[in-house]
Design a protein around this ligand. Structure first.
Ligand SMILES: *Cc1c(COP(=O)(O)O)cnc(C)c1O
Length: 347
C-alpha cells in the first residue's frame, strides 16, 4: 500500500478521526440488533436531538449524494422542481441522483457568482413560470458552507427562508460542510437550521472526519413520513447500522465535530494569510470555511503540480485547497512556501 504525503486536494483525502474510530471500536463488541434497532443508532439520533435542541427525525445514510437526493425526493412529487445554485453539488456532482430518486423533479439552476443563492434570484425563479406546462417549484436547496468556500450568514438564511415561506417552497440544506459553517459563524446548529427556517438538513460526517456516513435530519417530522422506506428502496439502509451511527456518537459526545471543523477552518485562514502578500496570487473568494481558492497562472499551477501538490481547478479555474480535521500545520506552511517559490521562480 502506498501512502501519499498529506494533500489538500479534497477534505476527503483525510482518514478517520480518532473519536469516530474509537466509537466504531467500542461498537464492535458482541451482537446488536440489525437495521438500526440497536442502542448506538438510538444514541446517535438522541445526540442530534440534543445538539439541535429539538425533537427532529434522524436517518443515517452512506453518502452525501444519497442524503441530498433522498431528502429532496421526500420534499417533492415528480412534477415539482427544486431551485439551486449552478455550482450546487446536487447539480454538478451527483450524476442526476436528485432527479432520479424523485422520479424526475427538475433542478432549476440559478446563476450565481459566489455560489450562493439570493432571495431575489429564488423569488424570480419561483415566479418565472406558473403555468401547467412547467414543473412547479416546490423546494430550494442551498449548500452551507458552499462549494465555493462561502458561508451564508444568519441574516442571509432568514431572508431566503422568508421567500420560501412566501412562495410555499420547502428549504433543504446540503450540509456536507455544515460543521465548518457552524465553526465559521460561531452559531449553534439550531440557529443555522430550524430557527432559520430550514426544513431538512443533510449533515456531512465524511468530510468532518468519519469513514462514511451522513445524517438526514428532518425538523418538520411530517416531511419524514416513509423516509425509512425511501432509504431502504435506494439501498441506503445499512444492515449493520451501528457502524454508521456509532461514529456519530463519538463525534457528538465531546464536540469533536466542531473542534475538527474549527481546526480545518483555521488551516484555511493560515494558508490564505501566508500567501496574502505574494504578488500574482489572488483569492478567488473570501476564506470563510475550510477551503482556499487561489487564482494562479497556468505556469504556477504546473510548477506546483511538479512539486507534488494535488489540487483541483474545477470550480471557476481557481486552485482549490481543502483542509480536514487532520491538516498538519507544517504541510500547510510547506504549501504556502511552495506557492511563494513557484511564483518567484517564474517571475
Ligand atoms: C462532498 C459533498 C457532498 C457529498 O458527496 P458524496 O461523494 O456523495 O458523499 C455533498 N455536497 C457537497 C457540497 C459536497 O462537497
Amino acid at each position: 500500500m502506498t501512502e501519499i504525503p498529506q494533500q489538500f486536494a479534497s477534505d476527503n483525502y483525510a482518514g478517520i478521526c480518532p473519536e469516530a474510530f474509537a466509537a466504531m471500536v467500542r461498537a464492535n463488541t458482541g451482537h446488536a440488533p440489525a437495521y438500526g434497532a440497536d442502542s448506538w443508532t438510538q444514541a446517535a439520533a438522541d445526540g442530534f436531538r440534543r445538539l439541535f435542541e429539538t425533537d427532529c427525525e434522524v436517518f443515517f445514510v452512506f453518502n452525501g449524494t444519497a442524503a441530498n437526493a433522498l431528502a429532496l425526493a421526500a420534499l417533492c412529487q415528480s412534477y415539482h422542481s427544486v431551485i439551486c445554485a449552478e455550482s450546487a453539488h446536487v447539480e454538478t456532482d451527483e450524476c442526476g441522483a436528485p432527479e432520479f430518486f424523485s422520479n424526475g423533479s427538475k433542478l432549476l439552476v440559478v446563476p450565481s457568482a459566489d455560489g450562493k443563492l439570493t432571495p431575489e434570484a429564488v423569488r424570480a425563479m419561483a415566479q418565472k413560470r406558473t403555468d401547467i406546462h412547467f414543473p412547479r417549484p416546490r423546494a430550494v436547496t442551498l449548500t452551507q458552507a458552499t462549494e465555493t468556500g462561502r458561508v451564508y450568514s444568519l441574516a442571509e438564511l432568514a431572508a431566503l427562508s422568508a421567500v420560501c415561506r412566501d412562495k410555499g417552497l420547502r428549504l433543504h440544506m446540503d450540509g456536507a460542510r455544515f460543521a465548518n459553517a457552524c465553526a465559521s459563524l460561531d452559531a449553534t446548529p439550531a440557529e443555522l437550521t430550524w430557527k432559520a427556517g430550514i426544513d431538512v438538513l443533510c449533515f456531512g460526517g465524511t468530510k468532518n472526519g468519519m469513514a462514511i456516513g451522513e445524517a438526514v435530519i428532518f425538523f418538520d417530522r411530517r416531511m419524514a413520513e416513509d423516509f425509512d422506506y425511501r432509504c431502504k428502496q435506494a439501498g441506503q439502509l445499512a444492515s449493520k447500522m451501528r457502524y454508521l451511527s456509532a461514529p456519530w456518537v463519538g463525534m457528538l459526545e465531546d464536540g469533536a465535530w466542531l473542534r475538527h471543523a474549527r481546526h480545518a477552518n483555521a488551516c484555511a485562514q493560515r494558508l490564505a494569510t501566508a500567501v496574502a502578500d505574494v504578488a500574482g496570487v489572488t483569492l478567488a473568494a473570501p476564506v470563510e470555511a475550510n477551503g482556499v481558492f487561489l487564482i494562479l497562472s497556468e505556469p504556477v499551477l504546473a510548477a506546483l503540480r511538479a512539486r507534488g501538490w494535488h489540487f483541483y481547478t474545477f470550480i471557476g479555474g481557481a486552485a482549490r485547497f481543502m483542509f480536514a480535521w487532520d491538516a498538519d500545520l507544517e504541510r500547510v506552511d510547506a504549501l504556502a512556501r511552495d506557492i511563494r517559490a513557484c511564483v518567484a521562480d517564474l517571475a
